[in-house]
Design a protein around this ligand. Structure first.
Ligand SMILES: Nc1ncnc2c1ncn2[C@@H]1O[C@H](COP(=O)(O)OP(=O)(O)OP(=O)(O)O)[C@@H](O)[C@H]1O
Ligand SMILES: [Mg+2]
Length: 307
């Protein structure tokens, strides 16, 4: 059986299981990311600037970083200059219902719908690729701002994928009294996109994500700018417990399934871990679009919202 036939069969199995999915085709992304951190030309974060207004106390400003958009585009990611690309179109199909649910435009507003997590059953299915592209795509909407949070605190990938160096972030917020989101978040040269890195490695990272401090932080993040989309990259659901802890706070989850790789039972097992989330959208990644066609809707089920 050819790879395409196998992928089509897998998709058919998922559809029979009640899972219909948007499709992302394999892009021209270079496997290790042309924009990888440390690569020549990779952008380095610029530290928090301390602006001192005349006669007043220094005013703290967010850290800023310049994404190298040409390199990101060459690596197959969505950028403002590539709004007509295939990946930009695929992300549009995914983001529209998510934004409609979050903003209550054209769909009933989903509670905590602005808290969205991207996850998958297994490692390497494309969570970070989808999270980064989705964040870039959402930032391109005139009426949406997005904070991309690297919630994969054990194996972070957001900064690397964007060609940036790791830096203080989420874990530091949970371990450093007095540290605020504005101290560790990066604003970017993509106007409506900010990034919160995973932060300093910590041997109790899983417990920290499951703790009260994380619940408080997510509540604060969501309350600070209620209209802002907060998009979490995360570890695989079946490998560790962090994603399940994060899922408990989310209004919407994007479940990435790698075409031709993840068995149906594995996907169902992973979906059973996030049953409490009101909206779960399953996305088939690395599928061959011309053969599979485009499928898109929500997995329906008890307590779940239909597309
Ligand atoms: N649709 C796609 N087209 C091209 N390359 C892709 C696509 N999806 C993922 N990739 C590539 O596959 C590799 C794995 O993707 P990614 O790192 O996003 O997976 P992950 O699920 O986040 O992995 P991990 O579980 O290790 O965090 C990366 O090199 C990424 O660039
Ligand atoms: Mg990842």
């Amino acid at each position: 059986m050819s790879i395409i036939e196998q992928a089509a069969e897998r998709l058919e199995q998922l559809r029979k299981a009640g899972i219909e999915v948007p499709v992302i085709t394999p892009g021209s992304a270079q496997p290790e990311g042309a924009a990888a951190a440390g690569a020549p030309g990779a952008a380095a974060p610029v530290d928090a600037q301390q602006a001192a207004p005349s006669g007043g106390a220094p005013k703290k400003q967010s850290r800023r970083v310049a994404l190298d958009l040409e390199r990101l585009q060459a690596a197959g990611l969505v950028t403002p200059a590539s709004s007509n690309s295939k990946i930009a179109g695929e992300m549009r199909v995914i983001k529209r219902p998510l934004l409609a649910n979050a903003q209550g435009k054209g769909a009933p507003k989903v509670e905590r719908g602005n808290l969205i997590m991207v996850t998958s059953s297994l490692a390497s299915e494309g969570k970070t690729f989808v999270a980064v592209n989705l964040a870039l795509s959402i930032a391109m909407e005139v009426d949406s701002t997005v904070l991309l949070v690297d919630g994969d605190v054990v194996a972070p990938g957001v900064m690397h994928t964007l060609g940036l160096s790791e830096s203080k972030g989420l874990i530091d917020l949970l371990t450093t009294p007095g540290l605020e989101v504005g101290d560790v978040m990066f604003k970017t040269n993509v106007e409506r996109l900010s990034i919160l890195p995973a932060g300093t490695a910590h041997d109790r990272a899983s417990e920290l994500l499951a703790g009260d401090g994380m619940a408080r932080l997510i509540r604060d993040l969501a309350a600070r700018y209620p209209e802002r989309i907060i998009l979490f990259d995360s570890p695989p659901l079946l490998a560790t417990t962090e994603s399940r802890s994060l899922a408990a706070h989310m209004g919407q989850i994007v479940m990435v399934v790698e075409a031709d790789r993840t068995p149906r039972g594995t996907v169902e097992d992973a979906l059973s871990k996030i049953e409490a989330c009101p909206v779960v959208m399953t996305v088939l990644n690395k599928a061959v679009e011309s053969e599979l066609g485009s499928y898109y809707s929500y997995r329906s089920g008890e307590g779940r919202k239909r597309a």
